[in-house]
Design a protein around this ligand. Structure first.
Ligand code: 5GP
Length: 193
């Protein structure tokens, strides 16, 4: 018998920072029990209450580099200078083995790479704020970054916006409720295919 979930589907969510990506992912994980979050590996230090094996697999830089050598990653990026992030091949197998669909929270370049790899197996969603001015306002309001850090994030976001066309759909996170409804519709259509 063919396993009903043998399609090994993946959902990719990428966004310039401040676009509300993690809120959307959290909501989708609550709405769709068949989705499972891909826990990435990172060489950055845990923040706050983050735990190894929950938000990330935390590796030191040397271990991360060793895993790169071993070809353990399906993709990885140095998202911020000195901080590596990557998706372990073993993580994909872990989730697919349960018959679940994988959901990725991944930077824009990683998202483009995964879409290229998974093609029709993947639903790639790009989330963006209505404008760069709005993004700046949100980052200021969030209050977690210095002005220099905000400027860095803004220039990164401007560059990332140029990759939007590599994604299947764009969600403009202007009105959060509307964005969540749109995301739900896209996912419903994709998982029933
Ligand atoms: P943070 O340090 O704030 O948790 O994440 C920083 C950025 O790294 C976010 O944009 C997040 O989507 C991205 N990221 C997390 N995991 C991965 C991964 O496995 N690969 C890539 N390329 N980016 C990732």
């Amino acid at each position: 018998m063919v396993h009903p979930n043998c399609h090994r589907k993946v959902i990719i969510l990428s966004a310039p920072s401040g676009a509300g990506k993690s809120t959307v992912i959290k909501h989708l994980l609550q709405e769709f029990p068949q989705l499972e979050f891909s826990i990435s590996a990172t060489s950055r230090a845990p923040r706050g209450n983050e735990q190894h094996g929950v938000e990330y697999y935390f590796f030191d830089t040397e271990t991360f580099r060793q895993k790169i050598q071993e070809d353990a990653f399906i993709e990885y990026e140095e998202v911020y200078a000195g901080s590596y992030y990557g998706t372990l091949k073993s993580e994909l197998e872990r989730i697919w083995a349960k018959g679940n669909t994988i959901i990725f929270d991944i930077d824009v370049k990683g998202g483009v790479n995964l879409k290229r790899l998974f093609a029709d197996q993947a639903l790639a969603i790009f989330i963006k704020v209505p404008s760069i001015a709005e993004l700046r306002q949100r980052l200021i309001k969030r209050g977690t970054d210095s002005l220099e850090a905000i400027d860095r994030r803004i220039s990164k976001a401007e560059e990332e916006l140029t990759y939007e066309t590599a994604f299947d759909h764009t969600l403009i996170n202007d009105d959060l409720e509307a964005a969540l409804r749109q995301a739900e519709t896209l996912i419903k259509d994709f998982i029933k295919k």
